[in-house]
Design a protein around this ligand. Sequence first.
Ligand SMILES: CC(C)[C@H](C(=O)O)[C@@H](O)C(=O)O
Ligand code: SF4
Length: 472
Amino acid sequence: MTAKTLYDKLVESHTVARLDEQNVLLFCDLHLMNEYTSPQAFAGLHEQGRGVPVPGQNVAVVSHIIPTHPGTVRVIADPASALQASNLKRNCERHGIPLFDTNDHLQGIEHVVSPEHGMIRPGMVVICGDSHTTTYGALGALGFGIGTSEVEHVLATQTLVYRLAQAMRIRIDGELPLGATAKDLILMIIGRIGAQGARGFVVEFRGSAIDALSVEARFTLCNMAVEAGARGALIAPDAKAIEYVLERAGDITGAMREQALAYWQTLHSDADARFDVEHQFDASAVAPHVTWGTSPDQVIPVSGRVPSPQAQPDEVLRRSTEQALRYVALRPGTPLEGTPVQHVFIGSCTNGRIEDLRAVADVVRGRSVAPGVRAMVVPGSGAVKEQAEAEGIAALLIGAGFEWRNPGCSMCLAMNDDVLDAGVRCASTTNRNFEGRQGRGAITHLMSPAMAAAAAVTGAITDVRKLERIHG
Ligand SMILES: CC(C)[C@H](C(=O)O)[C@@H](O)C(=O)O
Ligand code: SF4
C-alpha cells in the first residue's frame, strides 16, 4: 500500500468519479455561500429549472456588504447591496437553505460563523465562493474557494469538478517568541516563498510550532495560506482540534462520536508520504511582521527598513517595488517603525476572533487611542461580539477610544460604507493590502492584532514588544 498524504486521503474519500488524469468529481460536505458570489449561480440554476437536492449541506451568511454601525437593527442603505441581501434571502427560502441573515444576532463573516457553530469537522470537504475558505484546514477539513459557475454546479449536484493539486509540506519547529503570533508566522512565510510560492499546491503545516498553536491561531495561519497562492491548507487534527469541534458540534454523540473519533485518528499524512515540495522554518526566529507594500509578500520584520528598488535582483521586482512604494508613499530605506497611521482596523476572517480581541485588549489596557487616530473594532461574528462584551473587552476598548462595531467583513475590503479616504494610512489585522483594498488610494499595513493595538495607542507603526517593555 502506498503511503498517503492527508490531502490524498481527503480527496480519495470524497471522489465520486475519476474524470481524467487531472480531474475528479468531488463530493462537498458543506457549501457556504455569501450574498456576493451566489446571485448569478442561483439565476443559472433557475434558468435551467433545477433545484437544490441537499439544502441542509448548504449554508448562507450575509458577510461582505453589511453595514457595521452600532445599533440593534441594521438597514442596508445602498440599493445594490440591499438587493444582494434580499436576493440571498429569497433564494435561501425558495430552496430551504439555512441563512444567517442581516439581522441575525449570530451573523458575521462566513469563515468565522461556520466553525464556531460546529459546522466544520475534520475530514470534510468545505467549499465556498470565497478564497479564504482555506481557513478550515485548521480543523483538518479541506476547504477552498470556487467561482460562481462552480457554485451553480454545487447547488445542483453537491459535487464539483475538481482539478487535483500538488502537495506541499511546510514544517515549522521551535517556539514563537513573545510578541510573535500566527499572523507574524504566516506573513514571514509568505514573504519568504512569495505570493505565488504555493500556487497549485495544497499546503500541509506541521511541526512543534503548529502543535503549540491554539485552534484560532491555526485558523489565522490556514486563512492566509491563500495569500501565498495555496489551493488549500491543512493541519492534521489533534486533540485540541477535536476538542474544539466536539464542544461545538452537539449532534456528535453516542456511537456516532465513537465512529467520528476513530475516523479522525486516521486523518494525518502517513510517515513516509511523499510531498512534491517541502519547506522548513524556525518559529523561534519570527519577529512581529508588517507589510510595507501592496502585496502580502511585501513584508518585513517591524524593525526593518522599506526596501529599495535598486537592490532588487531583477527588473520585474524593481518595477513592482517602485510601484508599491509610490502607492504607499514611502521612501526606500525608511524604517517602518515610527511611520504614522491615521486609522486602525481590527477584524476580518483572519483576525476577528475572540483570542484576537483579547490580544488587543491586553495591549490597550491602561492606555488610550492616540490623538488623531480613528480605531475601529469589527468582531468577526455576533457570537464573538457577545463574548467580548461579556468579558469586558468591549467596554475596555470603547473606554480607550475605539469604535465598537457590529460584525461583518467591513473595512477588510470596503464593500460596505466602511471605506477609507485616499492617502489614509491604516494598520490593519486583515489579509490583503492590495491597492484600493480599503478605499481608493488608502494605504494598508497588515499586522497582528497586538501590533495593530500598539499602532492605535501610539499613532504609529510600533514594535509591540518595546511598548510592553516601556510600560512594564
Ligand atoms: C468577495 C470575495 C469573492 C473575496 C474572496 O474571494 O476572497 C473576498 O472575500 C476577499 O477577501 O477578497
Ligand atoms: S473578512 Fe475579508 S478576507 Fe474574509 S471573507 Fe470578508 S472580505 Fe474576504
